[in-house]
Design a protein around this ligand. Structure first.
Ligand SMILES: [Zn+2]
Length: 249
């Protein structure tokens, strides 16, 4: 449905969508005025005689610092023409602005900033499940401390991503690995007497896959410059709407 087109001459990109030709309504006048628009035609006009190519978007390459539902943000993703790879920045500064796409020089990678546990949720879940025979505050704290210790020493490369979705693309959930779970159970055996221990073991079993025992990793986006003689960075911001308006004046 979507097609990413790059002008080779200008190193500018355009995302062609089925919505390019939808009319806009100017509600400031009564009765409404319909403004015909065709952003793709405008793009073709400004790049007349230039060489254009199709880029395919590389799946799972999208990164952004803001939550998925945040409409005003910058998102980065990779695209390729089969030979070269490009980093595209998709952004808008105001909610009423159209999204703009630009090719940026350099590349990005994700680095893990921290791995933490969901201590508040663990506490709440323990309180709910042991409602009739509450655990002492000391036991709860000791259990949480053990989980924290496991998170601090966990090596993400050995952990499996959980299906649990975070609202933020830079936050990801991981399952504790077998070694971590054995450590946790062993510590519980010391902490709790027999009956409580089997309850705690059942709790771990229930929460390890998609519950409060998932570890939360926070990532940061790191940008790196590519010093390439081929890639000449130049302002390549396409603001078709503004351009069109200017041209009309
Ligand atoms: Zn061009």
């Amino acid at each position: 449905m979507q097609q990413l087109i790059r002008c080779i001459n200008c190193n500018e990109v355009y995302l062609k969508t089925p919505f390019d030709t939808l009319p806009q309504y100017d509600t400031s006048s009564q009765p409404f005025e319909t403004i015909e628009k065709d952003d793709y035609r405008d793009f073709l006009q400004s790049h007349r005689g230039h060489r254009l190519e199709d880029l395919s978007i590389i799946e799972d390459s999208f990164v952004s610092e803001k939550d998925y539902i945040e409409p005003v943000k910058a998102t980065y993703f990779r695209a390729t023409n089969g030979k070269e790879r490009f980093v595209i920045k998709k952004s808008r500064e105001r909610i009423d602005e159209p999204l703009k796409y630009e090719v940026i020089s350099g590349d990005y990678s994700l680095t893990c900033l921290s791995v933490s546990i969901q201590s508040k949720d663990i506490e709440k879940q323990l309180a709910a499940e042991f409602k009739n025979k509450p655990l002492s505050k000391e036991k709860v704290n000791a259990f949480i401390k053990t989980c924290q210790r496991i998170a601090e020493t966990a090596d993400l490369r050995n952990l499996e991503r959980a299906c649990e979705e975070s609202p933020n693309p830079l936050e990801m959930y991981y399952k504790m690995d077998e070694v971590s779970l054995v450590t946790l159970r062993r510590n519980c055996r010391h902490l709790f007497e027999a009956k409580k221990y089997s309850d705690m073991e059942a709790f771990i079993q229930r929460e390890k896959e998609d519950g409060v025992l998932l570890l939360k990793a926070k990532y940061g986006i790191q940008f790196s410059e590519i010093k390439s003689s081929e890639q000449k960075p130049r302002p390549s911001v396409i603001r078709l709407e503004e351009k069109r308006i200017r041209e009309k004046r």
